[in-house]
Design a protein around this ligand. Sequence first.
Ligand code: MCF
Ligand code: ZN
Length: 334
Amino acid sequence: MDEDQIAHVADLPKVELHLHLEGAAPPALIRGIAAEKHVDLSGVFRPDGGYAFSDFVHFLSVYEAATGVLKTPADYARLTRAVLEESAANGVVYSETFLSPDFCGGGDLSAWRDYLAAIRETAEAAERDMGVTLRGVVTCIRHFGPDKARAAARCAAETAGDWLVGFGMGGDENRGEQKDFAYAFDMAREAGLGLTTHAGEWRGPAEVRAAIDVLGVSRVGHGVRAVEDPALVEELAERGIALEVCPGSNVALGVYRKLSAHPIETLRGKGVKVSVSTDDPPFFHTTMKDEYRNLARTFGWDADVLRELNRTALDTAFCDAATRTRIAKRLETP
Ligand code: MCF
Ligand code: ZN
C-alpha cells in the first residue's frame, strides 16, 4: 500500500467504542491540574513527559495516581473537552467512553449526577463545535471488588438514558471471578443498558466465554485471546458478539510483542465483529490515526476494509436508533 493510500485511510471518519475517559487525559492537562492543586506526581511521568509504567499492574496504579488529581466536576469538564479535541483531530465522529463513579464522586450517587452532568454538557457543546458525538458507559473496576461494582451499577441504572447508554467492567482480570459481578450486570441490563466487559486481554478464552455466558455481554473489551479457542471464535462469529480491539494498547502492554503478531486480522477473517479503539491513547503513545495507519501497513487494510469495520462498530454501538442513523450518514464519505 502506498503512502497516499495510507494517508487516506488515516483520514476516514471513525467510530471508537473503547476509550477510558481519564485514560485519554493528555499528560499536560494532568500536570497542569496537579500544579494548580499542588499535588506531587513524581514517579507518574517519564523525563520526556509521557506516563511512566513498566507493566500492566504498574499501569493500573499509575492510571489511578495520575487521574486522582481530577477531583471536581469542573476538572472532568476540562478533561472531556481535551479528550474530544483529540478525537475530532483524529476524525472520530462517534465515541463511547468509560466513566467510573468510583473516580467521579467516590461512588456516591448524588455526586455522580453532578459529574455526569458536567461531562455530558461539555460533550454536547463539543458536539456542536467539533462534530464528535460522545456517549457514556459506566464502568466498574474489577479489582475494586463486587460491592463497588454493585454501587456503580446502581449509579448507572439511576442515570441510564439517551446519553448514558452502557455498563461495563475494566481493571485487572486476574483478580476475582466474573460470577461475583453478575448481580451488577443484571441490574444494568434491567435498566436497559448495553453491556460490555474487559476480558480475554490477559486471561485466556475461558474468560471470554464467562463474559458472554455469566455476565451476558454483547461486546467484549479486548477479547483477543479468544483466538486461542477455535470453537469459541466460531461461536463469537455466529452470535455476533463484538470485540472492542485495541491493538496499540495490547502491544504497549506486552500482550503481543508486535502488531504483526496480533490476532485482529485472524479474528476478522473468521467473521468475528471487530472494531478498533485506542483504550488510553497517551499512555500507549497512540491515536486513532496511528491505529489506522499501522493496520493498513501491517495487514494491508485499505479504505474499504476500514469503512466496513466502522459500519460494524456502529452496528454494535449502544446508542439509540436515531443516533445510529445520523452517524451512519457521516461514515458514508467517499
Ligand atoms: O484496557 C486497559 C487495560 N485493561 C484493563 N483495564 C483498563 C485499561 N485501561 C484502563 N483500565 C481500567 C483501570 O483499572 O479502567 C479503569 C481504570 O481504573 C477506568 S474506567 C473509567
Ligand atoms: Zn480498556
